[in-house]
Design a protein. Sequence first.
Lengths: 423, 423
Amino acid sequence: MPHISHKGLELPQSAIRKLVPFADATKAHGIHVYHLNIGQPDIETPKGALEALANTKINVLEYSPSAGIQSYREKLCQYYKQHGIDITPERILVTTGGSEALQMAFTCCLNPGDEIIIPEPYYTNYNTFAKLCDAKIVTVPSDIKTGFALPLVDDFEKYITPYTRAIMICNPNNPTGYLYSEKDLYAVGALCKKYDLYLFADEVYREFCYDGEEHFSVLNLPGCENNVVLFDSVSKRYSACGARVGCVITRNSELFSAMMRLAQARLSPPSFGQIFAEAAIDTPQEYFDAVMKEYVARRNVIVEGINRIPGCFCPTPKGAFYTVCELPIADSDHFCQWLLTDFEYNGATVMLAPATGFYSDPEKGRHQVRITYCLCIDDLKAAMKCLEEALKVYPGRTDIKKAPAKKADATKKPAARKSAAKK
Amino acid sequence: MPHISHKGLELPQSAIRKLVPFADATKAHGIHVYHLNIGQPDIETPKGALEALANTKINVLEYSPSAGIQSYREKLCQYYKQHGIDITPERILVTTGGSEALQMAFTCCLNPGDEIIIPEPYYTNYNTFAKLCDAKIVTVPSDIKTGFALPLVDDFEKYITPYTRAIMICNPNNPTGYLYSEKDLYAVGALCKKYDLYLFADEVYREFCYDGEEHFSVLNLPGCENNVVLFDSVSKRYSACGARVGCVITRNSELFSAMMRLAQARLSPPSFGQIFAEAAIDTPQEYFDAVMKEYVARRNVIVEGINRIPGCFCPTPKGAFYTVCELPIADSDHFCQWLLTDFEYNGATVMLAPATGFYSDPEKGRHQVRITYCLCIDDLKAAMKCLEEALKVYPGRTDIKKAPAKKADATKKPAARKSAAKK
């Protein structure tokens, strides 16, 4: 049998999706699973944009240009203008989701052995894209006590080596929900200029800023034109994860040309998704106002819900729809799996993402989980109740004296669920 | 300014798209360009499938599962069954076009320095996907005199080294149109088993077989279950290149798992395209019958058209919608560019793909061009007339004595077209 490549063998399992077989087995037993593990919003996709696609007369579903449909790229400039960003179509390369944008930029910017500095915890899939070009992720710790604020520039600077090629930020942040300030970003931009580094910025949650906070884009950092590479996507903005339409933007023409050669080899991004996304730019402001209001309410349910449980701590995220919180557990991987295999409360359980996958060293995430608040308020409340009950009976608690290990009805061990999941 | 990566610098330009700026400049001068350079069919996309997508009620456009929508994967098995191929959904990984299928398999199968043996001329974009994993394409010559028949197994065998990891075929072939026989494929399969190699097969033109010939899929090679990796796509089958839906199929479970980890990192293939593709499987046979009839007629126009021109030779392809033909020219790159910058006939010119980009050594393609027959018969006839007139006046002819260089009206040099293209 021919061998798998080294990369094929070393590609990490998705930290977010690795527990899916356990969830499936649990569901097969009629137990409801509240999905707080994945950033799949339940918000309705704008009807207008879906209708626009349905009403588009297509005779031949052609390849689009490799850089994307021209009218869409032009309309995207309008969208960015509305967000205070001045950009022209020839700087925008439309991609298959934000994922392809990351892949293209990493490929064209990073040599084997190059280092990308990222504040941690960080979006777990960056690992795979770095691995694909044999680049190394170097992390700067951010602290749950400060709500995972951006580390000070001095902290970044001490991680810079001759191999450092980029600093990467995600703003607002997945998984922490932290929103970086203009001042933060000027400091990072100055550092990138000083050391001639790329500034990779994932801004796919741009719209999701709460409590009156405003988003500042790295595209507005003066003097950083050749450093900044922006990753964007329509997935979260329009609750349209399945469209698979994103883009990569840079004013660095040499980099743009290299990415275009890669774009041409893969031919084109999806046409249906681009037609949808072009129409979605006309989505009325009321849609977003309602969505933001909903997310703030959901966030509050989660933050209050977690902080009410003895031994738990959840900072208040200012953006996106994630939070990383601390639980009184010895091992988040074990806990998240146990929730699916050994626990139920009122016929339901909760699926969380162990934070171990969001750190360079899994140990740093042993007592933390990432929670997404993409479900409706009633479901989130029920999920919080579930979590509270689970922590009362979980055998792996670290503060066991504080919470007496009362055996609840919920603890019966459904052995069949376990074995099903192991198949 | 930060540096571009070595890969970014070395990524080859698309052999098919590199002349696009010249074509654009020509069009800007009001000259019609017959596109015989690109495999973009003008055939109508099946209306039923487009309507099925338009009528699908979508509330939330969710991520699909990373391996593709389950009902689509099941329906794909039906499609393969109709083509005499027995496969189960868990062997099928749905991808963003055939391009992503190639990229995933190459990444998970090939180590840096590994070699893939490919009969040449071959589809130019394989170069980029090989480059991305630092693999090397090693070519076995096939000959225009035999219609680019698959080289003998002995020929393949002499190129096998300790670094050989795969043999790759495209059947029916892009760019030659050659259709490999069952006997050919048994021989290649045996070789792959003997040397423990992957057998990569690009079968995206499966439906396009002419003159009563039948397609034989590598998935039906007994004993090659762990070797065979199939690339497929709906782009050509349903004239739906913009859907960006393909798949990679293998019965090698270890390889499948590795590709799944990569698939999870990029989240999911496009949902709209999958909904369309699932419905497209119900396209009635009459659609395909009409399409095949049309392509045979087009092929005949091209083959007869080329062979009628003094000094030209075109074999008769048995599949796909490409042919590589020999012209009496010294340099196909120069000729194809000259057609766009210096020539017109009745207000039109022809765009061809120089065959130089389809060979490992461009010299082998200096007298050849790839022609696609994706345009309607009238356009193809007009394009053939154009080509005939162009060859009468082209200054770079190699058999200039045979064809007297009569200065035709068509030869006036539009200098402005040239300069526009150089911008």
